[in-house]
Design a protein around this ligand. Structure first.
Ligand code: AHM
Ligand code: MG
Length: 331
């Protein structure tokens, strides 16, 4: 869709998310509204999770749940709660054939015969930050299933490369809660207004500055970073860049989108493929980064070109301002 058409369907800052989604659907002559409903379902579940996160300091619902997730990490109560909220909302909505979640080992087939979408989700990323009152996030990708509707979901439905995403987004539970998403026609951000219970368009057609002066990486592990990454960090220091690392991917990414910067989670000795998951974290943020004019690689390849081979696959991740990611991606 050209720029002129794109702006024809744009709504002014201050519009609410539902109206925005509806207006954008009018831009697709044959859209049946299922994708719109699916995005609304995710946004609604985000409101419920937001309410629970905000109560976390009061209610006795924080702390390890006693179980470990499939990555072998202790699960927090709210990881589990968020996973349940999103799964329930998507199941009820009826547009989703299957979910893959960072919190669940296998594909969740929702047995919905009329559904044509697949959702990949990290229901609560950075959840170890909840107990210390630091921002956390939800990250999601939406794909169209490749097998016929009504048949059981197959491996090819859920293991699609990021370039097949039809929509992606994140919810940042921070000093404000924000819903940021793309359907491949730019990126828009909505701030949650709790007294109205609505997400309001606050960041229209978001663009990442081409370059910036912030680098976000866990330097505590730098002794085991690849030489190229060490060199890049050294050059950031020589140029007097600022180091900013919250340890909550959505928050670090969001800040860099607004201000210009790079987020790096490289391979390390302990984690030769990095830590972040291609399907639940990297693909969605790569799609948003590119739609906002930025870039995302694994150090050499474009993230969205990587053909996944397993649900919980990890990849090194370089994302943010185009010029910075280009310079850092020299592996
Ligand atoms: P999680 O999915 O278990 O929450 O881990 C992902 C988080 C990211 O939000 C964050 O950027 C990264 O892990 C921090 O890892 P580290 O503590 O190794 O720097
Ligand atoms: Mg995560």
């Amino acid at each position: 869709m050209g720029k002129a058409e794109n702006s024809r369907i744009a709504l002014p800052v201050g519009s609410n998310l539902d109206r925005f989604i509806m207006r954008n659907q009018e831009g697709f002559p044959f859209a049946s509204g299922e994708l719109s409903q699916l995005i609304r379902d995710l946004a609604y579940a985000g409101k419920v999770v937001n309410r629970e996160i905000n109560r976390a300091g009061l209610a006795d619902i924080t702390g390890a749940y006693g179980a470990e997730n499939v990555q072998g990490e202790a699960q927090q109560n709210l990881d589990v709660a968020a996973d349940i909220r999103f799964t329930r909302a998507l199941k009820k909505g009826g547009e989703v054939a299957a979910i893959i979640s960072e919190e669940v080992e296998d594909v969740i087939d929702l047995n919905n015969p009329r559904a044509k979408y697949i959702v990949a989700i990290d229901p609560l990323d950075g959840s170890s930050n909840i107990d210390v009152n630091v921002s956390v996030g939800t990250i999601f990708s939406i794909y169209r299933r490749v097998s016929p509707m009504g048949s059981p979901v197959i491996k090819e439905d859920v293991l699609q490369p990021g370039k097949e995403q039809v929509a992606a987004g994140y919810i940042l539970y921070g000093s404000s809660t924000m819903f940021v998403y793309t359907t491949g026609k730019g990126v828009n951000g909505f701030t949650y207004e709790p007294s109205l219970g609505e997400y309001i368009l606050s960041h229209q057609d978001m663009k990442i500055p081409k370059s910036g002066s912030i680098y976000s990486v866990n330097e505590g592990a730098s002794a085991s970073f690849p030489k190229e990454v060490k060199d890049y960090i050294a050059s950031c220091k020589e140029r007097g860049y600022s180091a900013r690392y919250i340890g909550s991917l959505v928050a670090d990414f969001h800040r860099n989108v607004l201000k210009g910067g790079i987020y790096i989670y490289p391979s390390t000795e302990k984690a030769p493929n990095g830590k972040l998951r291609l399907m639940y974290e990297c693909n969605a943020l790569a799609f948003i980064a590119e739609e906002a004019g930025g870039k995302a690689t694994d150090g050499s390849k474009r993230i969205m070109e990587i053909q996944p081979t397993s649900l919980h696959q990890r990849v090194p991740f370089f994302v943010g301002s185009k010029e910075m990611v280009k310079e850092a991606s020299t592996l």
